[in-house]
Design a protein around this ligand. Structure first.
Ligand code: SF4
Ligand code: SF4
Length: 245
């Protein structure tokens, strides 16, 4: 998912895992009950037209690009260097090892943090681009707005990119709605699977999340000290040692 970096993720690590699993499961049930036609109507009404500006392929505009497992499998075939552990790991155990729910696309170290695959303003793997790249800017999840009101969000960054003058046929709007709903469902499933696995893994290895260790190691990481990160992928953890830069 195109994710804005959000300090709330760190606070989330303090919420007991069973509560988080329960909340995500409710969100998933609510998503399943959301009528496709309603989403399709919104898609038609908004009339969004992509102007191929490539803003969404930069961290300056969109934070990091989170990948579903199926996309990680694809990117490993195309270029294994194009992925990195997603930022803002959700847990840190008493020994200083971090745990994160998946991979993100690597960004270049240019001015805007452009995607590894962006070249001269164009995606060089456009035909095989990843799930979130295909549905963006459509989304279908519940989140608070600036005033704290939680509601369904369907279009990301509306009025900040693209134009709003395209007539969209019924069939296309339904396809967009279906694909968006399917993506959100897969994303929630991956998050739930991660939390269930962390819960089981921590119990099995006598580990626990310690916020102070999280904060101390993160401060050291910012100064260049490497950290060990376990990335959830394909139902298990892959180990990485990363450092800033
Ligand atoms: S893979 Fe392509 S479409 Fe997706 S963020 Fe990167 S450049 Fe953009
Ligand atoms: S989806 Fe939006 S930000 Fe991305 S290329 Fe199209 S107009 Fe630009």
């Amino acid at each position: 998912m195109f994710m804005e970096i959000h300090p709330g993720l760190i606070i989330l690590s303090l919420v007991p895992i069973p509560f988080r699993i329960s909340a995500l499961t409710q969100e998933q049930n609510s998503l399943l009950a959301y009528p496709i036609e309603q989403m399709a109507t919104i898609v038609r009404d908004v009339k969004f037209r992509c102007t191929c500006c490539a803003k969404c392929c930069t961290r300056a505009f969109n934070g990091h690009v989170f990948l579903l497992d199926r996309d990680v499998r694809a990117v490993k075939m195309i270029d294994p260097d194009a992925i990195e552990p997603a930022p803002d790991p959700e847990f840190c155990d008493q020994n200083g090892t971090y745990y994160v729910s998946g991979y993100a696309l690597r960004a270049k170290e240019d001015e805007t943090g452009s995607c590894w695959f962006l070249e001269n303003g164009r995606c060089r793997i456009y035909e095989t681009r990843f799930s979130i790249c295909r549905i963006y800017p459509y989304m279908l999840h519940r989140e608070p707005d600036a005033s704290g009101t939680v509601d369904w969000r369907q279009i990301s960054g509306i009025d900040q990119h693209g134009e709003y003058d395209r007539e969209i046929e019924d069939e296309e709007s339904l396809t967009i709605a279906r694909e968006t709903k399917e993506f959100e469902h897969a994303f929630l499933s991956q998050e739930i699977a991660f939390l269930e696995y962390v819960q089981e893994y921590f119990t099995r290895h006598h580990l626990r999340h310690v916020q102070k260790v999280y904060d101390d190691r993160m401060r050291a990481f910012v100064k260049g000290v490497p950290i060990r990160v376990m990335v959830f992928y394909d139902g298990q953890f892959e180990e990485h040692h990363i450092r800033t830069g």
